[in-house]
Design a protein around this ligand. Structure first.
Ligand SMILES: C[S@@+](CC[C@H](N)C(=O)[O-])C[C@H]1O[C@@H](n2cnc3c(N)ncnc32)[C@H](O)[C@@H]1O
Length: 204
């Protein structure tokens, strides 16, 4: 069972370190340049989150909530911006991404920012978890890539905190997957759209 932890609305008042502000601005430029390219088809699955709010919510979570470990996983990391930001908060960070081109962008970003982040190409859904979806057209489904947990030699229940940015309508699918496969006590942080960051703890 997942228990919702309410993140106070004042979280957006938390001060961002100067370096984090610069990184986020650099990330926006990279994403804009990538999305403006006319010579490649667009990867529609990628949408940038509100990185300031995600960072503030994560920092608040780490200060106020008990963590069962330091392993952080980003489901569908795209440019790996959140993974890189999380690595500055004393977390051991892994990002999983299905799209090779996005993963390349993520690899470049974490290398140029000199962060300690492991990125893996693959599917973040544990085997058979697609059965928990009530709609076969959800964007998280059907990626023809290897299960990332096999590549990593880890399971979802090895992680203390998972971050996801579900598309509208698949937030409850992500919750069900986390509820079924995560470790008891683990946290899930979801960016669900403007001013909508949700935090869950797996209880039972
Ligand atoms: C809405 S974007 C969010 C990107 C990033 N997490 C962020 O907050 O900036 C969702 C990302 O998840 C990736 N994705 C979707 N389903 C996936 C799956 N089953 N396994 C791995 N990556 C997936 C997409 O390619 C896309 O990059």
């Amino acid at each position: 069972m997942l228990e919702r932890i309410v993140i106070p609305s004042s979280v957006d008042q938390l001060l961002l370190p100067a370096e984090i502000r610069l990184w986020i601005s650099d990330a926006r430029n990279r994403i804009e340049a990538f999305q403006d390219r006319w010579d490649q088809p667009q990867i529609e699955q990628f949408v940038a989150a509100d990185y300031e709010l995600v960072y503030q919510s994560l920092a608040w979570t780490l200060e106020s909530q008990l963590l069962i470990g330091r392993r952080f996983l980003e489901w569908g990391c795209g440019f790996a911006v959140v993974s890189a930001l999380a690595s500055t908060l004393d977390l051991d960070v892994i990002g999983i991404e299905a799209e090779g081109e996005l993963l390349d962008q993520g690899q470049r970003l974490v290398a140029e920012w000199n962060t300690n982040v492991e990125l893996v190409c693959g599917n973040f859904l544990p085997p058979d978890s697609d059965e928990l979806a009530d709609d076969p057209t959800l964007p998280s489904l059907g990626h023809p890539v290897r299960c990332a947990y096999e590549t990593l030699g880890l399971e979802l229940d090895d992680f203390a905190i998972v971050y996801s940015y579900p598309w509208p309508g698949e937030d409850d699918f992500h919750e069900r997957v986390f509820d079924r496969y995560a470790c008891r006590g683990a946290l899930m942080l979801q960016f669900c759209g403007p001013n909508d960051v949700r935090l869950w703890r797996k209880r039972a």
